[in-house]
Design a protein around this ligand. Structure first.
Ligand code: NAD
Ligand code: MG
Length: 383
């Protein structure tokens, strides 16, 4: 039996993880759950999965949850303290990180230090603190199993292969809802347009990130850390049908790929049962019905988010944090209808140009760079 803590249980990845758990009820014990503010869904999850502890980010949400579940013997925690506590519980084996944003850094580090296996969806953590997390996991002898579909595909395509013989990672991208559009067309795109992803149903922030190609940029950095490959060996390939989830090219020219219908439950289940493959219901790829699968080069001049990610990754140190923090702030402003779509990459670029790189930043310095980036944007945008 696997003892699982889920950080971000009420979100897109969190709820799909619980669907996998529901299908294999006898294989799992849910030790703890954490969420931001969705008290009613958390209550339902507690009543169904009986965790020992549950954490809400805000005090009000924690108070309300406590009141709602007072008939149960469950501990309710709050904030970062609560997240750290449930990431290090002695009874937990696996911590699945499905929070959005850099809030995941400290709980992930704490979980690794407590020798938990990490099933990682929260890519922002690796993008900003990969230089701390990867060596720490190695030292602790802890596995970091990717949940992100592309990284799971790469991981599956490397199974049994020698890492030194990898020549290239081919990271596929759907291109998002605005593929093929010009800058002029993009300038008028609304929040609703950007939230209409052609293939995947995901949380709001990552859906916007897919429409700007920032998500792919973050995934390039995530791949660099997870698989220890140079940026020059990570190539993004646009593949609008999202059937090939990513590929790995080897020294002899062979390319190994993982294919499947777009369903996050597969990478989630693979991470939870690795190295086993267990039955999973769902649609299968029908090669007779699939008339074609196509590929293109990403349009990095129109979707500057990707180019800026390579630039941030090449600068290294604290620059990926600034890239990520500026994007988080810009996406929040876009969702609030305070800025236009094309201002998202502009804000990222402006923030990166303003920043002086700190080499190998520690967690405090990463969080300080995040806060400084937020302040700088608010001040520049006069908000
Ligand atoms: P989401 O917005 O649907 O869910 C986020 C979850 O985190 C919610 O449960 C929310 O309550 C919780 N949360 C937010 N802030 C919190 C805080 N401060 N403390 C505690 N809990 C908090 O997001 P998502 O789409 O599930 O994405 C989660 C992560 O997984 C992101 O890093 C995203 O990039 C990554 N990811 C998502 C998908 C996908 O298909 N959704 C695919 C690959 C990677
Ligand atoms: Mg992905």
């Amino acid at each position: 039996m696997k003892h699982l803590t889920i950080l971000g249980s009420t979100g897109s990845i969190g709820t799909q993880t619980l669907e996998v758990v529901r299908a294999y009820r006898e294989e799992f014990c849910i030790t703890a759950l954490a969420a931001g503010s969705n008290v009613s869904l958390m209550e339902e999850q507690i009543r169904e999965f009986h965790p020992k502890k549950a954490v809400m980010w805000t005090k009000e949400a924690a108070r309300e949850l406590k009141e709602r579940v007072k008939d149960l013997s469950i501990e309710i925690g709050v904030g970062m303290e609560g997240l750290l506590e449930i990431s290090t519980m002695p009874e937990t084996d696996v911590v699945l990180t499905a929070i959005v944003g850099m809030i995941g850094i400290r709980p992930t580090i704490a979980a690794i230090e407590s020798k938990k296996t990490i099933a990682l969806a929260n890519k922002e953590t690796l993008v900003t603190a990969g230089h701390i997390i990867m060596p720490l996991a190695k030292k602790a002898g802890v596995s970091i199993l990717p949940v992100d579909s592309e990284h799971s595909a790469i991981f599956q395509s490397m199974n049994g292969e020698k890492k030194e013989q990898v020549s290239k990672i081919l990271l596929t991208a759907s291109g998002g809802p605005f593929r093929g559009k010009t800058r002029e067309e993009l300038s008028g795109m609304t929040v609703e347009d950007a939230l209409r992803h052609p293939n995947w149903s995901m949380g709001k922030k990552i859906t916007i990130d897919s429409s700007t190609l920032v998500n792919k940029g973050l995934e390039v950095m995530e791949a660099k850390w997870l698989f220890d490959v140079g940026l020059d060996r990570i190539q993004v390939v646009v593949h609008p049908q999202s059937i090939i989830h990513s590929m790995v090219e080897y020294a002899d020219g062979a390319i190994i790929a993982q294919l499947g219908t777009p369903d996050m439950k597969l990478p989630i289940q693979y991470a939870l049962f690795y190295p086993d493959r267990l039955p999973m219901e769902g649609e299968r790829v029908d090669f007779y019905a699939l008339s074609q699968i196509t590929f293109e080069k990403p349009d990095e001049d129109t979707f500057r988010g990707l180019k800026l990610a390579y630039r941030a990754a090449a600068a290294g140190g604290s620059m990926p944090t600034v890239y990520n923090a500026a994007n988080e702030k810009a996406v929040a402003l876009f969702l609030d209808r305070k800025i236009g779509f094309l201002q998202i990459p502009e804000i990222i670029e402006m923030s990166m140009e303003h920043h002086k790189v700190i080499e190998a930043p520690d967690v405090e310095q990463i969080l300080a760079a995040e806060a400084e980036t937020y302040d700088y944007i608010m001040q520049r945008m006069e908000l």
